[in-house]
Design a protein around this ligand. Sequence first.
Ligand code: ADP
Ligand code: MG
Length: 565
Amino acid sequence: MNFNDMDLRPEILKAISLMGFEKPTDVQVKTIPYILENNKDLVALAQTGTGKTAAFGLPIINQVQLENDQIQSLILCPTRELCMQIARDFQSFSKYIEGFKVVPVYGGTSIDNQIRSIKKRPQIIVGTPGRSLDLIKRKVLKLGSVKWFVLDEADEMLNMGFKEDLDAIFQEMPKIKHTFLFSATMSQEIARMGKLYMQDTEEISVGKKNSGSDNVEHYYYMTHARDRYLGLKRIVDVNTDIYSIVFCRTRRETQEVAEKLVADGYDADSLHGDLSQAQRDYVMNKFRRRHLQILVATDVAARGLDVNDLTHVINFSLPDDIESYTHRSGRTGRAGKKGISMAIINMREMHRVRAIERSINKKFTSKMIPNGKEICEAQLFKLIDKIKNIEINHEQIDQYLPMIFEKFENLDREELIKHLVSMEFNRFLDYYKNAKDLNTTVRESRPYEQGSNPRARQGMTRQGFSRIFVNKGEVDNMNPGYLMGMINDAMGSKRIKVGKIDIKDKFSFVEVESESVGEVIDGLATVKVAGAPIKAEISRSSTAPANRKNNNYRGKRPSYDRKRY
Ligand code: ADP
Ligand code: MG
């Protein structure tokens, strides 16, 4: 199907053609005719970068009544940046439609200007839930005439805690309208929200649910936690043309990594929630213009950053939830290009890689952190290319040439090349001269395997079960019922088999079916006891954790107990 077959206004066709849209994307093929023709609600799931904005934007713009000066569509999205981006996209789509107005409203900036803009009577508002609700309460934003209510990145709005705001806004909506819920991923909460807000709903899903982009390859590098940063540097150094977002989990980590990179001479900066809006804009602009090669960011801060063509996405830390991984990796491999999503993990994080694999239905490739030689080679070739391709300013240089030739008189061609290349290259040679191997020897853990040694099996968990260590015990008021409750909460609707529960003084053990142990551990990572996150990991011994500290498995292959995971 083509855009021309879609019953869209010629002004829109002209505008998108100018934007370089030749063929509709899969999600657009499904949603545009649907929204144009149907009176039903819609849940649409599609990966990041598949053109969801146009998928709801074009059919809504097409149906807006220009002579009607009421707000006809409200589009909610999680961040200020997304608001601006969607509003920008809508402006581009409607460029040739006279009298069409869209206004973005978001927090962190003067509400007065936004009130003034709304008074100019746009047909469409794009807003964050918080600011929209504020404007509703001030009686500026009136939703009585809304016909199309869109929740874009609904999953992320929930993650960011907008549930109550969304509910409140929904109360303000007229009964008769169309609600469209767009999301890259489906979760139980999204499904619940769909049920609550929508009637007679169609679900459109493009590609596999929760699956990543097909153009993206997934790599993991395994190193010790303490070598993570060095590993990152090497990965950056070997990929000489890298243009990448490095994802971290916390603001603090984000800032630390960025500061180290800057101190080490990289074109890097950070994006996180502690920055003022002006600082954020500044950093994002630098990155968009490629004045930065590396942006270190948290998931939330990176949302809405309209940068599609990253060469690599780097997971400095894996995210807590798999949806975030899908979002992260969706930032590379767009528009048919190949992309690479890399995770730098330590030995204990293998189960998380496996959990992601199961969810996105794709395998990670195990990669070695490059050694000094490989990096020096890569840098050398880059340097040679740079020398070959450099633009020569003949006018200026010609006058000095006789003098330059004279100075180089004693060097033959070969010598001269050596000198030239060494000039820049020595820096890398020096740095990586005695570079150690950062890869850990344990490439793959075997978490759920029973030892083949019968003695090792003694006192072990039941067949088919794995034992999880939890760092809370009786002193924390832990009891079997509470622990079961935590596991049930963490697993949502999924029921799993639980075996023996053993509550000790300061920690506990629980046996769960081996096939779900990774998921349970991931799930427990999101649970908090008395406000503090708990720690859960595969238990190595029933007496844990004291001897763990002495257990030195750094360096060369340790006396590694295969049951350790
Ligand atoms: P999503 O919301 O699904 O993550 P976007 O709507 O932000 O994706 O679109 C991603 C990019 O693809 C944008 O730069 C957009 O302009 C571009 N795009 C969308 N639809 C098409 C199309 N049919 N042809 C070419 N580019 C498109
Ligand atoms: Mg989008």
